[in-house]
Design a protein around this ligand. Structure first.
Ligand code: NAD
Length: 488
């Protein structure tokens, strides 16, 4: 008799307890080998004074069991409460957000009857690093951080997911026509990793047309991988167009811990009525069972669920005016069909490799081999000095900065919000109080150093100008590590 796997479970808020009880009943009847450890998260924990919605003791359960099955929670409005999802993802390194979006026509109404896509969203980086600053009275910034290891992990995860799930194609979405370094790195790593999976078709779309295609012809996609912000938006669009927000589940996967849930929230408008659709959480549970090496149980539940939908047993959200059943009644209908296969839908058969006996951690293949070595040659080309100014005109600033550049540097360009304003400014160009002066090393200089930059900054300071930040301009192995200014 195999050992039961300990799982940390939170029922959550609103409809959470109703759909969790219904789902756990199905898991029990299907023979899932799990040992639940219940914890409290969400509204009442927030209101008891834990601003992240979880107590210290309950972290311990998560870190020990390494698998979290979570009902939706209510985040109280205002009051500095932090999103529990974001906290859990970042603290436990859950870098991959996996969301299958499937339509179930003709049984569930949708404009896209042949949709079956999996969106794999990077979950930790990008603009969600949460590093924001106000630099001048008029200008705020948010840092978009994309790292090579972060790209490698999520992209390799997407290819491995496609391989193990017999998917045919992996698509990448970025905006690298504009963000050539950040999104460019994501696209570059995608191309590198793709070489290791010649059996899979690959393609790349710029995010704007890619999103339009998801909304119009989702059947053309299979697995799609993308950076955090785009994935956040794309996965909600994709879920919505399958027919109901109550249908889809999601997995948040890390190297050590994984979290499974429904994609929807706590639905306070229908809480306590016993009418919520438990299907999203059931799909979360199916992904969890595959993850912990119980694919047969996962398939048994999935096939019974498909048969239930085919047989027209629907909760109110998808019944669309027809007769509907309540949450627990729906679960009972799934239980009654355990062991049966759907006849209209293709039966599911999870052929995932089982994790080795006793394994608790999701294993990734080694990272790409041609990553830059640690001793990569890094040369300093110059510096961008950002100024707060609302007195000098672009030409006055240009003349002043040319003078301050000294022997070490040459003033290459001044931009305002990325638009060139010196030399040769246009009077039509709108400017704010935030200026970037780009200093490149002068012809005579072989190299510049941080000391040269400090000298430049002190000349700027002595001239009474107000610098608010600097960015060093590097080359890595001879390749530019910065985007060129407009008109450079
Ligand atoms: P929601 O997803 O809870 O509800 C949106 C609409 O969909 C509502 O009309 C609701 O009745 C319906 N709906 C949702 N799930 C359903 C289901 N299973 N069956 C039938 N109908 C369903 O979104 P919201 O109203 O914007 O958010 C409510 C709360 O949930 C907020 O506090 C929000 O912060 C939280 N939330 C939590 C999570 C999570 O825990 N992962 C995700 C999203 C929102």
């Amino acid at each position: 008799m195999p050992q039961k796997r300990a799982i940390t479970i939170a029922r959550g808020d609103g409809i959470g307890p109703e759909i969790m009880d219904a789902t756990l009943k199905i898991l029990e009847q299907a023979g899932a080998m799990i040992e639940p450890e219940f914890i409290d998260i969400g509204e009442k924990v927030y209101l008891a004074g834990h601003s992240s919605g979880i107590t210290e003791d309950d972290w311990e359960s998560l870190r020990r069991t390494k698998v979290f099955f979570k009902g939706p929670i209510t985040t109280p409005q205002g009051g500095g409460y932090k999103s529990l999802n974001v906290t859990i993802r970042k603290t436990l390194g859950l870098y991959a957000n996996v969301r299958p979006n499937v339509s179930y026509a003709p049984f569930v109404k949708t404009k896209h009857p042949n949709m079956n896509i999996v969106i794999i969203r990077e979950n930790e980086e990008d603009l969600y690093a949460g590093i924001e600053h106000q630099q001048t009275p008029e200008v705020v910034q948010c840092l978009k951080l994309i790292t090579r290891p972060g790209c490698e992990k999520i992209i390799r995860y997407a290819f491995e997911y496609a391989r193990k799930n017999n998917r045919k194609k992996v698509t990448c979405f970025t905006k690298d026509n504009i963000m050539k370094l950040t999104d460019g790195l994501f696209h570059k790593v995608f191309n590198e990793v793709a070489k290791e999976y010649p059996q899979l078709e690959t393609e790349h779309w710029i995010i704007d047309i890619g999103m339009a295609k998801i909304a119009d012809t989702p059947q053309d996609f299979d697995v799609i991988v993308m950076p955090n912000l785009y994935g956040d938006i794309a996965s909600d669009v994709a879920a919505q167009i399958t027919g109901s927000v109550g249908l889809a589940g999601s997995a948040n996967i890390g190297d050590h811990v994984a979290m499974f849930e429904a994609i929807h929230g706590s639905a306070p408008d229908i809480a306590g009525k016993g009418i919520a659709n438990p299907s999203g959480l059931i799909h979360g549970a199916i992904m969890m069972l595959v993850h912990i090496g119980q694919p047969e149980v996962a398939a048994r539940i999935h096939n019974a669920w498909l048969k239930t939908i085919e047989d027209g047993v629907h909760t109110g959200d998808i019944a669309k005016g027809g007769t509907s059943v309540g949450t627990m009644e729906f679960a009972e209908a799934v239980i009654a069909r355990l062991g049966q296969k759907p006849t209209s839908f293709e039966p599911v058969n999870y052929t995932l490799e089982k994790e080795p006996e006793g394994a608790t951690e999701f294993q990734l293949a080694p990272m790409v081999k041609d990553r830059p070595p640690a001793d990569v040659v890094r040369e300093l080309d110059g510096v961008d000095v950002f100024l707060f100014n609302n007195e000098l005109t672009p030409d006055e600033m240009g003349e002043k900065m040319t003078e301050l550049a000294g022997d070490d540097f040459e003033l290459a360009v001044i931009t305002n919000r990325g638009v060139k304003v010196y030399p040769n400014s246009f009077p039509e160009t709108f400017t704010t109080d935030h200026w970037r002066c780009r200093f490149q090393k002068s012809e005579e200089q072989e190299a510049v150093t941080n000391e040269d930059i400090l000298g430049l900054l002190s000349r700027v300071e002595q001239a009474g100008l107000d610098f608010i930040k600097v960015e060093n301009l590097y080359r890595f192995d001879g390749e530019l590590g910065y985007s060129l200014g407009q008109g450079q």
